[in-house]
Design a protein around this ligand. Structure first.
Ligand SMILES: [Zn+2]
Length: 435
């Protein structure tokens, strides 16, 4: 066996591999940035690791993956609630975002990284302005991230005219190529804020560099009506006709879909990001996730930004995702805990094109691992692991987080940043935003 840097032992290893392997009294050995081996504790009894983490009979599992967020919106959490999407966006969020700059976006993203690390997320996909600042924040926090500068028809507070947006995106791709933590995506906002030419060009750029293309689409019935008025078709049919649908596309929300839309998403192997809490808070509706999955579409879970949620805790999102489809269909079997857990781990990794590296615990994959303490009243007894993780455990139960082989949090102490300082900095930004 290779030299072992970290051995996590005495845990129930929930691998989320294709065989859904669970190892009781198991251990995970990490060498450098990768998982070297997984097995029962006895297998590692002679192993001398540089660092040993005792899971104390808790759960060792892959870190959670948030497939859609706007990390720096932590700066605006609670600024504007209980409003319609378009009022919320046009009257509150866009004016507040006009006051942002590189430093503010970086500070907000650092706060988001703290919240995500503390609640078991090891990888997130982000869409925002000044996105290089988000990449730098994720890198400083030690998190894996897929980042992309938001592109739309009107001038951006970050890059100015759209022409510069494409330059910005291409520079971002070049800057972060081969980075072990950061992947850059091309991210046009939505079919209603992006002209067909912009969308075609974005899709072309994503294909040229073989990087993900991420967009909000079919978020509300209002959007569907707007697109129908403009182009005489649904948003998905519109994207299909201009060549935007492909296996590189991650379509966020997908609430208002027709049966034909679902067929098209499946036939192009488009991935979907499911954001149930945001869809509930903005009263957008309920995405037809069971139908999408029946059609064979890969669905990853996401929180969306914390102004429409208002947290970025994937444990809460899993709980909601498991329940919302039950009440919607009056069928408690329609979305089980294991399916939701896949949506937050291996299927989320697939949705971002990262499943060869992360999303499950398997030898050779990057070591993105969390340890959950289970010796607690609300997790006692434990009949069913998957059920506990989705319905009973919370972000606060995550004790340890390892990302890319680095211990980022141990015993709930985040090692990569001064959280008190980050909170003070965000409070200062809030003062400027509200003045
Ligand atoms: Zn969003």
């Amino acid at each position: 066996m290779n030299k072992i840097d970290i051995l996590i032992k005495n845990g129930i290893v929930v691998t989320m591999d294709s065989r859904e392997t669970v190892i009781k009294n198991g251990a995970v050995a990490i060498s450098g940035d990768r998982i070297a081996d997984i097995g029962p504790n006895e297998k590692f009894s002679d192993c001398r690791a540089a660092k040993v983490i005792d899971a104390k009979n808790g759960i060792i599992m892959p870190g959670l993956i948030n497939t859609h967020t706007h990390a720096s919106m932590t700066c605006f959490r609670g600024l504007a609630d209980d409003l319609h999407l378009m009022t919320w966006l046009n009257d509150y969020i866009f004016p507040a975002e006009a006051k942002l700059n590189y430093d503010k976006v970086k500070t907000g993203a650092l706060l988001a990284c703290a919240e995500m690390i503390l609640s078991g997320t090891t990888c997130f996909a982000d869409m925002y302005l000044f996105e290089d600042a988000v990449a730098e924040a994720a890198k400083a926090a030690g998190m894996r991230a897929v980042v992309g500068e938001v592109l739309y028809d009107f001038p951006s507070p970050s890059y100015g005219p759209i022409e510069e947006g494409f330059v910005y995106t291409e520079n971002l791709i070049k800057k972060w190529q081969n980075d072990p933590l950061i992947t850059v995506a091309v991210e046009p906002h939505s079919p209603y804020l992006c002209a067909p030419e912009l969308l075609e060009r974005a899709a072309g750029l994503s294909k040229a560099y073989d990087v993900p293309l991420i967009i909000h689409v079919a978020e509300t019935q209002t959007e569907v009506d707007t697109i129908f008025e403009r182009y005489g078709k649904t948003p998905i049919a519109h994207l299909a006709d201009i060549g935007v649908l492909s296996s590189l596309l991650l379509a966020c929300h997908c609430v208002a879909l027709t049966d034909k839309d679902i067929e098209q998403l499946a036939s192009y192997d488009v991935k979907v990001s499911h954001n149930p809490e945001s869809n509930m808070k903005l009263a957008s509706g309920i995405a037809p996730i069971p139908q999408l999955m029946d059609a064979g579409v890969c669905v990853g879970l996401g929180t969306d930004g914390c102004t429409s949620n208002n947290n970025i805790d994937m444990f809460l999102e899993m709980d909601t995702a498991a329940k919302i489809h039950k009440v919607n269909t009056l069928d408690p079997t329609v979305m089980d805990a294991k399916t939701v857990l896949k949506m937050a781990t291996i299927d989320a990794a697939k949705a971002l094109g990262l499943d060869h590296e992360t999303g499950s615990l398997e030898p050779g994959k990057k070591a993105d691992v969390i340890v959950i303490g289970t010796n607690k009243p609300h997790l006692t007894p434990m009949y069913n692991l998957h059920s506990h993780l989705v319905y009973a455990a919370g972000g606060n139960d995550v004790d340890t987080s390892i990302i890319n082989g680095q211990v980022i949090m141990e015993n709930r102490q985040v090692k990569t940043m001064d959280i008190a300082k980050v909170m003070a900095d965000v409070n200062q930004i809030a003062k400027e935003i509200s003045s």
